[in-house]
Design a protein around this ligand. Structure first.
Ligand code: HEC
Length: 181
């Protein structure tokens, strides 16, 4: 029955046109009535946008603070900025356990066993890179990133993998500076 096959063929042609054709005139707009119709409502793009490549999740990296350029030459200003960045991370994530001065006496530390290290006296336990020096900036970075449990320590010191490389560096230097300063 010809009518029937038309009714099947037509939609598939339309689909084809829509899928690969450039802008086809919209057939859906009814012919305007006698009076000049207002310019037909701008047709939505005829071709449905193919979802191209599956988008990878954007912005997994925390955008750097405005003005904080990545890895500037070590000037005094950059050092200060890194210190401020480290302080911000520390106050946000670490202070509750490690205490404002890094003495391991934050409000949550009472309940902890083992206690957090006293950074102020340089009483570090971990030498993750095995260079014979406990608690250098690299060791601190590894412990903060991995958590202590991975290095034979307490799971109370959880991993902080969400910190950016810059934040990790900054907070490690901040932790280190409790002792040096
Ligand atoms: C829930 C409490 C808690 C929080 C929050 C916490 N820590 Fe810890 N941290 C600990 C404990 C407890 C230890 C001791 C682990 C051990 O001895 O095995 C520790 C150990 C460490 C060490 C190892 C020191 C050493 O002995 O060599 C570093 C470095 C450290 N923390 C840095 C941080 C930083 C930086 C943050 C924030 C990003 C942070 N911690 C957040 C509880 C915490």
């Amino acid at each position: 029955m010809p009518l029937r096959s038309m009714s099947i063929a037509l939609p598939s042609i339309l689909v084809l046109l829509a899928a690969c054709g450039p802008q086809q005139p919209q057939s859906s707009a009814p012919p305007a009535a006698s009076e000049p119709a207002p310019p037909a409502v701008p047709a939505p793009p005829a071709v449905p946008q193919p979802p191209a490549v599956p988008q990878p999740p954007v912005a997994t990296v925390t955008p750097a603070a405005p003005g904080a350029t990545a890895a500037p030459p070590p000037t005094a200003a950059a050092t200060t900025a890194a210190h401020a960045a480290g302080e911000k991370v520390f106050r946000t994530y670490c202070l509750t356990c490690h205490g404002a001065k890094g003495e391991g006496d934050g409000p949550a530390a009472v309940a902890l066993n083992p206690k957090p290290a006293n950074f102020a006296t340089g009483a570090f336990k971990y030498d993750t890179n095995g260079n014979g020096i406990k608690g250098d900036v690299e060791d601190i970075k590894v412990i903060v990133h991995d958590g202590a449990a991975k290095h034979g320590g307490s799971p109370l010191m959880t991993p902080w993998p969400m910190l950016s490389a810059e934040q990790l560096q900054a907070v490690a230097q901040y932790v280190k500076a409790f002792h040096a300063g």
